[in-house]
Design a protein around this ligand. Structure first.
Ligand SMILES: CC(C)(COP(=O)(O)OP(=O)(O)OC[C@H]1O[C@@H](n2cnc3c(N)ncnc32)[C@H](O)[C@@H]1OP(=O)(O)O)[C@@H](O)C(=O)NCCC(=O)NCCS
Length: 289
């Protein structure tokens, strides 16, 4: 019989500090577990991050927390995992199956069909654990960040925070640039109600670029930026991103972060030319439920 019992953080709110401490032990570096909530990557985990998850599974050995695994929303079919974090590697072979079995059961019940795990490329241990659990590599991604302070006085007259009347144009551009994303569904008004901010670039009387940003404070997060295919290569995205950075600086946010797939050369060129620096790289591992 397994020496571990399962619990859900919802039923054990007293364990929130323990769970945060557990996630925080994976300091940046070879052991760094890339957080399942991309916007929080590399930041100290906070109670609000746990609230933003779909659930946190706990493996208990008596009263001791032996492992934790947070399930983060990604799409209607897929979730992103944050963890598992198992502080004592000797316990991993026994704790891991307990958490993964319960995870799969919960995901099937919730109607999810697949899961993704963003594993720091330096974290060979976690990668090996995930591969043994049926995960396979999909693509590598990078997390970029830049400070916002130098942008406060920039000229941003052609970049506007999208008004209600601009949201349809912004949605059309984002739908063309990100055909697999559901960000524009059902509409951007709903996304704004969820806390997103949208920006548009106007050029010769037309809207020629759109961006979606979320979060703020220590770091706001560039979720999407796109320019229609027919307008690319004219430095429009560069112009738009400069405007987004300046606008976010005026909102007194400290830094902006983003994630980008390793094979998106134009986007990486854009980010590096606008002063973003690569902070972490992760392998995206995918598994069916
Ligand atoms: C990424 C994207 C926004 C770039 O738009 P764009 O208007 O063509 O980009 P810009 O012309 O402003 O180019 C930005 C910089 O990247 C460079 N660049 C652009 N495309 C490039 C490419 N294919 N290869 C190498 N460098 C490239 C440019 O030289 C430019 O630098 P500069 O202004 O200092 O000369 C656009 O390709 C797009 O909408 N892609 C689909 C959506 C997407 O993947 N978005 C990013 C992920 S969130």
């Amino acid at each position: 019989m397994s020496p571990y019992t399962l619990a859900d953080l919802d039923q054990r709110p007293d364990l929130v500090p323990n769970v945060l401490a557990l996630f925080a032990t994976t300091a940046q570096g070879s052991g760094h577990v890339v957080c399942g909530i991309p916007a929080r990557m590399g930041l100290e985990p906070a109670a609000a991050d746990l609230k933003g998850t779909l659930g946190v599974l706990l493996a208990m050995s008596g009263r001791r927390l032996a492992g934790a695994l947070a399930i983060c929303p990604y799409s209607e079919e897929q979730v992103t995992l944050w963890g598992p974090v198992i502080p004592d590697p000797r316990e991993q072979p026994r704790v891991m199956p307990v958490l993964m079995q319960e995870l799969r059961r919960a995901l099937r019940e919730g109607g999810f069909t697949s899961m993704r795990s963003q594993v720091d490329t330096r974290n060979r241990t976690l990668r090996a654990w995930m591969m043994a659990e049926g995960f396979g590599p999909w693509k590598d991604m990078h997390c970029y960040e830049r400070e916002l302070a130098p942008f406060r006085s920039a000229d941003i007259s052609d970049v506007q925070a999208a008004a209600r009347a601009d949201l349809d144009d912004a949605a059309r551009i984002l739908a063309e640039c990100f055909p697999d994303s559901d960000h524009h569904r059902p509409n951007l008004v709903q996304r704004e109600n969820e806390g997103y901010r949208h920006y548009v670039l106007r050029h010769e009387g037309r809207t020629v670029g759109a961006a979606a940003v979320q979060g703020g404070g220590r770091r706001s997060w560039l979720k999407l930026i796109g320019v229609p295919r027919s307008e690319r290569g004219k430095h429009l995205a560069h112009r738009l991103l400069d405007g987004v950075l300046a606008s976010e600086a005026r909102l007194a946010h400290h830094a902006m972060g983003l994630e980008v797939l390793d094979d998106n050369r134009p986007a990486i060129a854009l980010y590096e030319k606008t002063g973003f620096q690569r902070r972490w790289s992760a392998s995206l591992l995918i598994a069916p439920v």
